[in-house]
Design a binder for this molecule. Structure first.
Ligand SMILES: Cc1ncc(C[n+]2csc(CCOP(=O)(O)OP(=O)(O)O)c2C)c(N)n1
Ligand SMILES: [Mg+2]
Length: 803
């Protein structure tokens, strides 16, 4: 391990001085924002504040070595870094504290994220990529500690892929793979599994990432001895240090108050990572947290007087300032003047941001007061309407909620009355809500013309000579076509490379396309997904394999916190069109169930969830997704790889539409909706029902998120007037979601002659073996009997009781 503490003497003194004063300006500016920002929370103007105080100096060093095309994947302490690169102004930071919903004013998330979550824009207004090599990039932060780590791995890996794959067009994404992915993480968060998993994977993959650990010896109130063995994370990581005989990391430890040592540490790390693609950890120690963790409480509660005194003396800005004066770079008076100006600048920024935040609300308030005034004049409820109006007048600094509440409550007092003024108020409320809701709800999925749900169906073509083959062969040959057609596709996962996945869906493809494009990974689901997210953020088209559906839970945090929220939390300014491939449905055993769809569809809103019944449908989904740019999870049917299907002629071309159901059997008596492998059992039961005169219509939901956007199930229920949803998830799981979609959203309740029902698996995880499956999940007899019971209730004469 290197301990760095050299002094820079490579540039002229004037340049050196100018650089230092510029850095001091940013450090002081950032600190002033932190101090004033916290006050905004304490006075109630902002809801929550978390700032970068105490961590300013190392971030200036990181910013100095950060180049165009580089990416940051960090956490909430990094405001100084963002300011140093011109990616964040004090005014924008105040806008983020207030949650201004205008993306121009609050470019981090248009008010969706708390302050301290940093983002740059990767996409143009029309959704197309910006030139990421011409700007400095920050992937969108999330609040979850260490959640930034898995994606960091992928951001770094993208450089490696762009450097090694000559065939790839890297325009706008990379210049020969010379970009570094810079990670930041707090000392306490290095205890998270995600951190350690990422460190190991980064060492194996040898990718250009520089991870800074901001070590202030605390995680909120909890001191290092509870977080870190031996209280020293770089000591722990020393086993990852590279040496002559093996790859690994370069580890650097540096004091967070030592300006020149920091500059050198970052220059060294940058050279090594950028040129040689060696990952580096910089452990920045002796940092402080002058205002305590966040606006939620003060640190005097948990730090000793001794520690508090030490922090005061060793505050990195204070020591930087002392060093500037001692080294005769600037005098005390010069610095005082500089500081005075900065304080004024920040106060102005704060004031302007608050007034801009309020201005549209105040305009609305004015209009609304006039409308309430007019509506009151001839109303029988004049007194009440005037009270609402006066209450609104009394709110000096209204938020949108105040406007919505008063106007909507006022309408209740106009019930039964008829006037132009009432109409005007009604119209205002509707317009206000229609305009405001998207500020909080847009961009969960793509809203651009190339969104996945706009990709049209292209049917698989068959000719007379079409052969029946194992389903996995269709998938394999389709992946072959796709790898050939899209050089930016990379497929990776456990056993995906050499053996071509555990079910041979990628057989022979590593040989054909090389070890970069079709690769094996370690057993580490979280960072497999992180690799995918990071690479997708940089223009590649990763297909990340999770070997079996039940093991996706190891990666669930990264999927739900990071991938699913990405487009939403960045207000549509970043995208990661990652495809996750896995297999499941009707497996046997507690950890091989293949069934837990309910959990997934609820926590993964923002990702499409597709459950193809066979390999042709699955291949069609891959083809569809690659024409678009949205993330999706595809769950192939494990027990379908060896079932025979006709081989289509147009591999790589045919497209299974997303959000469109398939009717597999026509019927008149009842609509049966199911998906995945359970569908085959439903089809079997439907045949047996036919034998007793019950004609069931069988519909494959096929895509769960989104479900049936053309409302075809409704058309079926209008015909059959009965509905049964069947799946292998727990009671109240995915089947309840499908039921809500059909009965409530599509309005099928109007056409039902029998109570709509669900038939799901038992509440426990499924038992092992064929009998375990039979008694855990709906079987053909269960389905037959449930349908028969519905018919018996409706028409006992023709369908007498079975048992
Ligand atoms: C997964 C997760 N667990 C808990 C939290 C709550 N939390 C927020 S910050 C924090 C402490 C982090 O300490 P450290 O990593 O040392 O960073 P510092 O704030 O000291 O810079 C905790 C526990 C969280 N945001 N995410
Ligand atoms: Mg800490």
């Amino acid at each position: 391990m290197k301990i760095t503490s050299k002094t820079s003497n490579e540039i002229s003194f004037d340049d050196f001085r100018a650089q230092i004063l510029k850095d001091y300006t940013i450090a002081f500016l950032s600190r002033t924002v932190s101090l004033l920002g916290r006050k905004e929370v304490l006075t109630g103007k902002a809801k929550f504040g978390i700032f970068g105080d105490g961590k300013e100096l190392p971030q200036l060093a990181m910013a100095r070595s950060f180049k165009n095309g580089d990416f940051r994947s960090g956490y909430y302490r990094d405001q100084t870094f963002m300011m140093a690169l011109g990616l964040l102004t004090p005014k924008q930071l105040f806008h983020s504290l207030y949650a201004t919903t205008d993306i121009e004013k609050e470019p981090m998330s248009a008010g969706r994220q708390m302050g301290g979550h940093f983002v740059t824009h990767s996409l143009n207004e029309d959704g197309s990529w910006k030139d990421l090599t011409a700007q400095k990039n920050s992937s969108g932060d999330i609040s979850c500690t260490a959640g930034q780590m898995p994606r960091l791995l992928g951001l770094a890996q993208a450089s490696k892929v762009y450097r090694l794959l000559d065939s790839l067009n890297s325009n706008g994404f990379s210049k020969k793979g010379n970009e570094i992915a810079w990670g930041t993480i707090g000392n306490a968060s290095t205890s998270e599994g995600m951190f350690l998993e990422t460190i190991n994977a980064g060492g194996v993959l040898q990718v250009p990432m520089v991870i800074s650990i901001w070590d202030d010896e605390y995680g909120i109130s909890v001191p290092a001895k509870y977080h870190t063995t031996g209280e020293d994370i770089s000591k722990i990581l020393s086993g990852f240090q590279r040496d002559k005989s093996s790859n690994g990391y370069e580890l650097i430890k540096v004091n967070g108050w030592d300006y020149t040592a920091l500059m050198h540490a970052y220059e060294d790390a940058s050279d090594l990572a950028r040129e040689e693609h060696v990952p580096v950890v910089i452990h920045v120690v002796e940092l402080t947290q002058p205002q305590g963790h966040s606006s939620s409480g003060s640190h005097e509660r948990y730090k000793s007087d001794e520690r508090l005194n030490w922090e005061r003396d060793n505050d990195c800005n204070k020591r930087f300032r002392e060093w500037i004066i001692e080294s005769n770079i600037a005098s005390e008076e010069e610095l005082l003047e500089l500081e005075k100006n900065i304080k004024r600048e920040v106060r102005i920024a704060k004031k302007e941001a608050w007034s801009e935040y309020l201005s549209t609300h105040k305009d609305h308030k004015k209009t609304l007061i006039q409308l309430l005034d007019s509506a009151a004049v001839n109303s029988g409820n004049r007194v009440h309407l005037t009270r609402i109006k006066n209450d609104l007048i009394a709110i000096d600094e209204p938020i949108k909620k105040d406007l919505a509440t008063s106007s909507r409550k006022a309408l209740r007092y106009l019930l039964g009355e008829d006037s132009q003024e009432k109409l005007a108020l009604q119209k205002w409320v509707s317009n206000f809500l229609d305009d405001t809701q998207p500020m909080y709800s847009s961009s969960l999925y793509s809203e651009f013309p190339n969104k996945a749900t706009n990709v049209a169906r292209i049917k698989p073509n068959y000719t007379k000579g079409s052969q029946k083959v194992d389903g996995r062969v269709i998938l394999r040959d389709n992946f072959d076509k796709l790898l050939n057609k899209y050089p930016e596709i990379l497929i990776f996962g456990e056993d995906s490379g050499t053996i071509g996945d555990v079910n041979q869906g990628l057989e022979g493809l590593q040989k054909k396309y090389g070890k970069i494009r079709v690769s094996d990974t370690g057993i580490r689901e979280t960072t497999i997904i992180g690799q995918g997210i990071g690479m997708a953020l940089r223009g590649l088209r990763p297909i990340a394999e999770i070997q079996y559906l039940d093991y996706i839970f190891y990666a669930l945090a990264t999927l739900t916190d990071d991938l699913a929220t990405l487009r939403y939390r960045t207000f549509g300014k970043q995208k990661a069109p990652l495809i996750i491939r896995t297999r499941g449905h009707r497996l046997e055993g507690i950890w091989h169930s293949g069934s837990p769809m309910g959990g997934l569809i609820h926590v993964l809103r923002g990702i499409y969830i597709l459950s193809p019944r066979n390999m042709t449908q699955a291949a069609g989904f891959y083809n569809t997704l690659l024409k678009s740019d949205e993330p999706a999870l595809i769950i192939e049917s494990l027990n379908g790889y060896r079932l025979k299907e006709f081989m289509p002629d147009n591999l790589g071309e045919f497209c299974t539409p997303i959000g469109v159901v398939d009717t597999l059997k026509q019927g008149t008596d009842i609509t049966l909706v199911s998906y995945g492998s359970t569908l085959r059992i439903v089809q079997k039961a439907a045949k047996e029902l036919s034998d007793v005169g019950i004609e069931a219509e069988v519909i494959d939901a096929q895509t769960l998120l989104p479900f049936d956007i053309n409302q075809d199930v409704l058309k079926s229920v209008r015909k059959t007037n009965r509905l049964l949803v069947i799946d292998e998830d727990v009671p109240g799981g995915c089947s309840a979601y499908i039921m809500q979609e059909i009965v409530e959203k599509q309005g099928a309740y109007k056409y039902l002659d029998s109570a709509p029902q669900t038939l799901s698996a038992k509440a426990h995880r499924p038992a092992y073996s064929s009998d375990g499956d039979y008694f855990s999940k709906p079987n053909a007899e269960d389905i037959f009997e449930r349908v028969y019971a519905i018919m018996n209730e409706a028409d006992p004469t023709n369908y007498p009781q079975l048992r």
